[in-house]
Design a protein around this ligand. Structure first.
Ligand code: MOS
Length: 763
């Protein structure tokens, strides 16, 4: 690899000190003079007609400044990234228990809470639909007037029937995955404020300020130029702040009261009201030859998107694209439905449909390996897609493909090398059984074909000879700001402390698309490099005047421009900056924009498919099951990752370890219980996530060298693939330990215990 000063290094987070010391103000920390407090009245039923709303008593309460209903929404009473089908405030019907009906702004939080209790809403409860398969039947209650199927996507290739005929073994199972909550530390919170010039400022942590601005302009009937969205800093998101949350209500209350209004969600309200990971039911039928060659795969997916669409359609499509795993399969039939129910709402969540499909397909692979007595790594290696191959849905993989490399990388992990030793059971505790499991996963980077996918960056030259970088993406904990600082410093050949990164602000940063789909480093990073190349040209041309050397013979290095063959002849950036100031009272600014390269084909009737660039990872786990209690403990973990070249080593390890533990929660712990449309697990006393005590003492991260030539410094993106394979690696290890197959996650102690008891009975 080239000799880089910052790229590939473990550069400490640029915001670490400010975050650790509490200097950074999150949106829930903001306070303005004269600020009011907002509160939202949510639905009383998961499905009901609204007959009458009476706010008179609330309005009469001293200290209440505004009470707003659907009648006060000046623009479109709807939002949603793909289809704006979710009302800002419900008019005639509520479709889930978190639906917003009335909002109040008052002098204090307590008064706002009191006012909410004084509102009476007359409802006519409707029968609910809480089963996605039943929801597809014609006699089912309808969540929306045009039926419960939000999206149906079907992809067929080859001849599945013929494939099954030729198969020596057919494995057929149904898989169920749970609803997962993002558990960001900062709940949906923020402040909106009408400025003196009539601009509406909206401060709320989110993943895409420019799209928030567009959606807000639609709801509030305001010129987008009159809306200033600040979406950074964000106290965690993981996909859960990709869609709008409280912003339209905040804006509405600020416009109505002409005073700053703040809303901070309680954890309970956050859990019932906003996006979750789609629960899915997945029916798999996989045909395979005796030698392990996969020959046919038939998949049916039912994704429960809850009451509103949000990103349910693209989530289903990504699950479909990844349903067959990164394997060669030429006879496939994948049929998926994204379905409305009254079970909360689901939307974007790290992995975006892929963790669900990976759990199913990687369990199928484990079952096949056992049936055919083929080593699980060998089985995967034999079928692995390689660069140039046609993926199951029909696109050719023309970019870097690390499938084989990550599988081979498994052998490099300490966990693999020592697994025989680690697997020895403690004879003093015969009820504890150890197991080892693997899974392979991959993840499309970017939004896919047919959707506007681009990067943008603004680069400003500063008086101190440094640079200000403005990218609309946000740092919600993944460390993207630090990666941008590294990329900018490397590209501008200057010290990293001379780089000031601005993120997530419609006034000061370039639209670079959403902070999602593992696309942050790629899009923002490339845009920064393009802007930097333009900036270097400008600096060279000024340096050429100063040094009397032609610009072609100048080189940028170590914060100065020097003559290529006479390095002592140089001028520092700071000096160039003062030259600009003396001559024009102005410093140059450049911008970089580019379109994400996309696949050369489009999959018919499946928007967003296919993707063009993928990250790959193999996940390994060593677990033990307590056969007396059914409890599974993850002892060790490892991930072998192909995310292209590494930008920040420590950042990548953080993603890997965080993704692994999040995947553990998905596979073992996190059980969001919704009964008849009512959430039963509305806080962390009942919705259990892994704690530091549950996390394995060691999670190894091994990166393989597989540069993506099109990427910024040959990087791809790592955020999501690190999560997708952990759950099946754990459930495969449970089978390895105690011989029970997990078809439904989370595999809580109760689930494993029950399966062990059933197994005992049949033995
Ligand atoms: Mo992410 S789930 O692509 O915000």
């Amino acid at each position: 690899m080239k000799d880089f000063k910052y790229i590939g290094k473990s550069v400490p987070r640029i915001d670490a000190a400010d975050k650790a010391s509490g200097k950074i103000k999150y949106m829930s920390d903001l306070n303005f003079p004269g600020m009011l407090f907002g509160k939202i009245l949510r639905a009383k039923y998961p499905h009901a007609l609204i007959k009458k709303i009476d706010t008179s008593q609330a309005k009469a309460l001293p200290g209440v400044v505004a009470v707003v209903t659907w009648e006060d929404v000046p623009g479109l009473n709807g939002f949603g990234i793909v289809v704006p089908d979710q009302p800002v405030l419900c008019e005639d019907k509520v479709r889930y228990i978190g639906d917003a009906v009335v909002a109040v702004a008052a002098e204090t939080k307590e008064i706002a809470e009191e006012a909410i209790k004084l509102i009476t809403v007359e409802y006519e409860p409707l029968p609910i639909v809480d089963d996605p398969i039943k929801a597809t039947q014609p006699d089912s209650p309808k969540v929306h007037t045009d039926g419960n199927i939000h999206l149906h996507t079907k992809i067929s290739r080859g001849d599945v029937k013929k494939g099954f005929k030729e198969a020596d073994v057919i494995v057929e199972h149904t898989y169920y995955t749970g609803m997962q909550e993002h558990v960001f530390l900062e709940t949906e919170s923020g402040v909106s404020k009408l400025e003196e010039d009539g601009t509406l400022s909206v401060y709320a942590g989110s993943q895409y300020p420019q799209r928030d601005q567009m959606q807000l302009s639609r709801c509030l009937a305001l010129n987008p130029r009159k809306i200033h969205v600040v979406s950074y800093p964000v106290g965690g998101a993981f996909g859960g702040k990709d869609e709008l949350t409280i912003q339209p209500i905040l804006g509405l209350l600020a416009l109505k009261t002409k005073r700053p209004v703040k809303i901070v969600m309680s954890r309970e309200e956050s859990i019932i009201s906003y996006w979750k990971r789609h629960p899915m039911i997945m029916k798999y039928k996989t045909g395979v030859k005796k030698d392990g060659t996969l020959i046919a795969n038939e998949v049916k997916i039912y994704a429960d998107t809850g009451a509103y669409a949000s990103l349910g359609g693209p989530v289903l499509n990504l699950a479909i694209e990844h349903a067959c795993g990164p394997y060669k399969l030429s006879n496939v039939n994948i049929d998926g439905y994204c379905i409305y129910t009254n079970n909360g709402t689901s939307g974007a969540f790290r992995g975006f449909g892929v963790p669900q499909a990976t759990f199913a397909m990687e369990t199928q692979m484990d079952i096949i390996a056992e049936k055919l007595r083929i080593d699980p790594v060998e089985l995967r290696r034999k079928n692995a897609l390689r660069r140039g191959d046609i993926a199951p849905i029909g696109n050719r993989l023309t970019t870097s493909v690390g499938t084989v490399a990550v599988l081979d990388g498994i052998r490099k992990t300490k966990l693999w090398q020592n697994r025989e030793k680690y697997l020895v059971n403690d004879f003093k505790k015969p009820w504890i059984k150890k197991g080892f499991g693997i899974a392979l996963t991959y993840q499309g980077t970017g939004l896919g074909v047919g959707l506007p996918d681009y990067g943008g960056a603004i680069l400003k030259f500063c008086k101190n000879g440094g640079f200000e970088v403005g990218v609309g993406l946000v740092d919600y904990g993944q460390g993207i700001g630090t990666s941008y600082a590294q990329i900018a410093a490397e590209a501008m050949k200057c010290p990293i402390d001379k780089i000031n990164v601005l993120l997530g602000d419609t006034d000061t940063t370039a639209d670079s698309g959403p902070t999602s789909a593992s696309r942050g480093v790629y899009t923002g990073g490339k845009a920064i490099i393009i802007a930097a190349e333009r900036m270097i040209k400008i600096l060279k041309s000024k340096a050429s005047e100063i040094l009397g050397v032609s610009a072609d013979n100048l080189t940028a290095s170590d914060g100065c421009i020097c003559a290529s063959n006479e390095p002592e002849k140089k001028v520092f950036y700071e000096e160039i900056a003062s030259r600009f100031m003396n001559e024009t009272c102005h410093l140059p600014q450049t911008e970089g924009y580019f379109l994400m390269p996309v696949a050369d084909i489009k999959i018919k009737d499946a928007f967003g498919l296919p993707h063009n660039i993928f990250a790959f990872s193999a996940h390994l786990t060593l677990i033990e099951v307590n056969t007396l209690t059914g409890q599974t403990k993850v002892l060790k973990g490892a991930e072998v990752i192909d995310a292209g070249d590494v930008i920040n080593r420590q950042g990548l390890e953080g993603q890997s370890e965080g993704g692994f533990v999040m995947g553990m929660g998905y596979g073992l712990f996190e059980n969001m219980i919704v009964e008849k449309g009512i959430f039963k697990t509305t806080n962390f006393s009942t919705y259990i996530i892994p704690s530091i005590e549950d996390a394995p003492f060691e999670i190894e991260t091994v990166t393989i060298v597989n540069p993506e030539e099109t990427g910024p410094y040959r990087a791809k993106g790592v955020a999501e693939t690190v999560m997708g394979g952990t759950a099946p690696a754990i459930t495969n290890a449970i089978y390895n330990a105690v011989g029970v197959r997990i078809f439904k996650i989370p595999a809580t102690s109760e689930v494993v215990y029950t399966l062990l008891k059933e197994k005992e009975k049949t033995e």
